[in-house]
Design a protein. Structure first.
Lengths: 109, 114
């Protein structure tokens, strides 16, 4: 079983829509969780760290469910500029990072 | 966050040659990592670059093929040795910093081996 699993998509949504991505992780001892955004031919960039209580940054909301071992990212009022690949990243003890394969999002005018 | 630069940004190399990629950070960081990302794939960790000691390599990666230097807390190099077309990829360095040791990535080096 992979350490981190994501639905690769692609998700094609109209502008203004709300879209949610889920990511599951296999190791219950995982300590920190992140969402990264990667544009085509660019490096990954940190979008949000995911806190135990959940957190929101503008149109983006991240949730963590430790019991079910998944994290989610909700994007409200999608913009064309949100089109990218979203990577789920999990950190375990010893600073071991595990990357999901990414979920592709295209926002359509 | 940290500002990270990589050189070269891209290169086209002949089979059997070696390429050294440089990674420079604008502040001192403890953790530096080297990743590879092949087209359409996610990131694969090659090794953790340790300052003052040998790098820690992940399964499937060896020092002879990917020697790494880390002479100080702001700089590291990755060499891709005796290259073959299978080494064509994007190579990224990253640093771990912040409250949760978030990783920040350099812009990457796009390598094509002919």
């Amino acid at each position: 079983r992979k350490e981190v699993e994501q639905d690769p998509g692609p998700f094609n949504v109209p502008e203004g829509a709300t879209v949610a991505f889920n990511c599951t992780y296999s190791n219950s001892a995982s300590q920190s969780f992140f969402w990264y955004r990667q544009d085509c031919r660019k490096e990954p960039k940190l979008l949000m760290s995911v806190y135990s209580s959940g957190n929101e940054d503008g149109r983006f909301t991240a949730q963590l469910n430790r019991a079910s071992q998944y994290i989610s990212l909700l994007i409200r009022d999608s913009k064309l500029s949100d089109s990218a690949t979203y990577l789920c990243v999990v950190r375990r003890a010893g600073n071991q990072f595990y990357f999901g394969t990414g979920t592709s999002l295209t926002v359509i005018p | 966050s940290a500002v990270i630069s990589q050189k070269p940004s891209r290169d086209i190399c002949q089979r059997g040659t070696s390429l050294t990629i440089q990674c420079q950070v604008d502040s001192q960081v403890t953790m530096m990592f080297w990743y590879r990302q092949q087209p359409g794939q996610s990131l694969t960790l090659i090794a953790t670059a340790n300052q003052g000691s040998e790098a820690t390599y992940e399964s499937g990666f060896v020092i002879d093929k990917f020697p790494i230097s880390r002479p100080n807390l702001t700089f590291s190099t990755l060499t891709v040795s005796n290259m073959s077309p299978e080494d064509s990829s994007i190579y990224l360095c990253s640093v771990g910093t912040g409250s949760y040791n978030e990783q920040f990535f350099g812009p990457g080096t796009r390598l094509t081996v002919l």
